[in-house]
Each structure stands twice: as structure tokens, then as C-alpha cells.
Design a protein around this ligand. Structure first.
Ligand SMILES: C[S@@+](CC[C@H](N)C(=O)[O-])C[C@H]1O[C@@H](n2cnc3c(N)ncnc32)[C@H](O)[C@@H]1O
Length: 183
């Protein structure tokens, strides 16, 4: 490696963010989508522009220490950027902000709506235990035949949790994984 050049983290996400076009293709027919972990809303904004679905955006914006190597800082500024970016869709009700801890939000949405989500995209904390808990909580919110998917299967904790829950999970753009929820 040349001096002065930054080493790419082995855990870095695909820099071209190929998860966004892949996800919106998957979401083309969706009416109800949940994004778990929205950060500043770049993916939420992409989905809002490229689908007609209602999107629930879940985040606590507390900044977990679950991102070794990539230095993601999550704070009140991230929340403000999310709300500013998504303002037109929040105002017209197409994006619903759920400022809660992930698994509590899953319980809340399940109690409120039942298992009706066409697509749930998990991209919150990336350690094994969190991803395992997110999968267990959010799979219940997906309708039969709907899709549960997530980002960063190249992270060891994500790969382990997904592999245990769904050994046959498919792969999508930008290091995504996906599975169809059965009846
Ligand atoms: C990798 S970022 C999300 C990036 C976003 N999906 C995108 O594509 O732009 C992870 C986000 O998940 C949130 N998060 C992490 N653990 C969470 C939890 N247990 N409950 C709610 N949000 C969580 C963090 O606050 C952070 O904003």
C-alpha cells in the first residue's frame, strides 16, 4: 500500500451503495416497508423517491458502539438531517418516524398493524446479538410471502446471525441478504 493511502476496512459497506437500487427493485410492488436503522435517511429518501409505499423509519439515534472500524457517529444531528431530508414525505404521511429501540418498535408495530409488512430492511446495530434479536423481532412483522432482508452480510456478526436464522438466505446488491417469510 502506498504511504498516505487509507486502508479500506474489511467491514466497510459497498461504497457505491448498491443496496439502494437493489432494495427499491425489491420494493417496487410493496405498499408497506420498514427500514430498521435509518441514520441520516439516505436509503429512506431513495426508497421514498423510487416507491409509492408507506415507509416506517425506525431509529433511536443514540449511537451504539457497534461500528468498530468505520467510525459512524450517530447523534441528534443525524436525526435532524433525517427529518430535514425526509420532510415532504413525513408531512404527507408517506414516511412515519418511529423513534424507538429496534425490538420495541417491532413489538409496537406488530401490536398496531399485525403482520402486514411487505418488506423489512434491517440495518441497525451490526453485532451478532443485536442482529439475532432484530431478526427474531422483525420477522414477525412481515406478512406471509413478504421479504425480510438486511445490510452488511460481510460483517461477521451479521453473517453469523443471518446464517443461523436463514441458512439459504439470498444475496442482493451492496452486501445485502434476503429471505421470503413463509406462511
Ligand atoms: C448503519 S446506520 C443505518 C444506515 C441507513 N440504513 C442507510 O442506509 O443510510 C445504523 C443506524 O441504526 C441505528 N440503530 C442501531 N441500533 C439500534 C437499535 N437497537 N434500535 C434503533 N436504532 C438502532 C443507529 O442509531 C444508526 O442510525
Amino acid at each position: 500500500m502506498k504511504p498516505g493511502r487509507k486502508r479500506k476496512s474489511p467491514y466497510a459497506s459497498d461504497r457505491k451503495h448498491q443496496q439502494r437500487p437493489w432494495l427499491s427493485g425489491l420494493a417496487a410492488q410493496a405498499e408497506r416497508i420498514v427500514e430498521v436503522g435509518v441514520f441520516t435517511g439516505r436509503t429512506t429518501g431513495y426508497l421514498a423517491r423510487h416507491t409509492t409505499a408507506t415507509i416506517w423509519g425506525v431509529d433511536h439515534w443514540r449511537g451504539p458502539a457497534a461500528y468498530p472500524g468505520i467510525g459512524l457517529i450517530v447523534n441528534a444531528k443525524s436525526e435532524r438531517r433525517f427529518r430535514r431530508r425526509l420532510k415532504p414525505w413525513i408531512e404527507n404521511g408517506r414516511v412515519v418516524v418511529v423513534k424507538m429501540e429496534s425490538t420495541a418498535a417491532a413489538d409496537y408495530l406488530l401490536a398496531d398493524h399485525g403482520p402486514v409488512m411487505d418488506l423489512v430492511f434491517i440495518d441497525a446495530a451490526h453485532d451478532y446479538e443485536s442482529v439475532r434479536n432484530d431478526i427474531a423481532a422483525w420477522r414477525q412483522c412481515v406478512r406471509p410471502g413478504g421479504i425480510l432482508c438486511g445490510h452488511d452480510i460481510n460483517w461477521p456478526g451479521v453473517g453469523k446471525a443471518v446464517g443461523e436464522a436463514f441458512p439459504d438466505a439470498g444475496r442482493g446488491g451492496g452486501y445485502c441478504w434476503w429471505t421470503e417469510i413463509g406462511p
